[in-house]
Design a protein around this ligand. Sequence first.
Ligand code: GDP
Ligand code: IMO
Ligand code: MG
Length: 427
Amino acid sequence: MSVRVIIGAQWGDEGKGKVVDLLSDQADYVVRYQGGANAGHTLNFDGQTHILHLIPSGIFHINTTCIIGNGVVVDPLTLLEEIELVKSNNVDIDGRLLVSETAHVILPYHKSLDKADEHALGQQKIGTTGRGIGPAYVHKISRVGVRIMDLLEPELLRKKMEINLAEVNARLTENYKAAPLELEGMYRQMLDAAEQLKPYICNTTNRIHKALAAGREFLLEGAQGTLLDIDHGTYPYVTSSSPTTGGACTGTGIPPTAIEHVMGITKAYCTRVGNGPFPTELTGKTGDELRDAGHEFGSTTGRPRRCGWLDLVALKYAAKINGINELVVTKLDVLDQFDTVKACTSYRINGTETTDFPLRSREIDSIEPVYREFKGWKSSTRDATSYDELPLVTREYLEAVADYLDIAIRIVSTGPGRNETLIIGDL
Ligand code: GDP
Ligand code: IMO
Ligand code: MG
């Protein structure tokens, strides 16, 4: 048995989808453990691109079972759309897609609240994806949430939705002067969705534990990234779940002692979509060049991503929080054209240099990054078929990253395609 967690080590969109798809070949189970349809995980193979929001990125591997774990917040309508999309590619998902009965449901009123809350924040808005993530987790933590199992009990579902909607409508009408939402239409929509989702719903905790006991291989697929973690990220500019390793345990029911590999995914540079601190952000020409070269536009919302040089201080923090023991560097090819490549090796905060990631907002806001410069390699890395084929200066950059973190790089990605991947050693 082996359990490997795939963790976003930055602010999301590190290429988790590509890595999970790649490794799913060897996995019996792929489990999503948190977040919801705020995620956009891109898979690229056979000349086609697929973007998954809820279904685990192992779904195109026919021998792999994909589980939407208890920690995920599930939008039934988005999930049904995605099921159709996968099926339309002639992929048989019967018995291969399982949805936890204890996962929470995102209802249309969560999305309305998400948008209204954001609007009310004005300049201070988080820049959420508008997928209802925050409000759905608020209901979960407040112990009034609708769970997947409730979809199968019409009376109970109606009662819960009625109570929640009364509270939501009070906020929408009183605080935001918006029109109230009607129960009937959304209730019918949910009953209809429940009927279609019924075959996928089960006790995934039990399934997972039986498979663990039988020695099966697991990949736990994180969404978002460490710096968007509700506890360890750049609060309040974070998502409402735990993308870090701890979340992989609570969001699946797999104990920490079962986790052997924690694979941290980082781009060769940095991006962030949405608002909040980003110490190495480049707002000028170089930032634009990174965005153009990396096609840095959100997979879920299409928003331009903010870009900057690699932040090793933040990455080391992510490595510690998650216990990362395997590193993946993606989008190396994006740096191919630059004369100089930089990586931030320390922060100057109020005149003092540090390699510790600060937690106080005031300190985070006053970070001046201190960079180490590397000579650019000015040649294409996309055609490399092994790590050793990379130019010497490229390897020097990668080795400096591995040395700084004291973690071995196991995979280097040099393009979006499955085959544009260099695996170092035996995984
Ligand atoms: P995720 O949310 O972590 O799964 O990442 P996204 O799918 O949102 O964003 C990663 C983007 O980069 C996608 O468009 C991928 O197809 C693309 N991508 C992944 N790896 C590479 C790479 O090595 N090079 C390039 N150029 N693109 C990549
Ligand atoms: P993947 O899994 C990048 C960001 C949003 C916003 C903040 C809160 O594709 O890496 P939310 O809708 O979660 O309440 O928004 O989090 N965000 C992401 N950024 N990648 C993601 O997912 C994200 N999911 C949420 O932009 O700043
Ligand atoms: Mg993404």
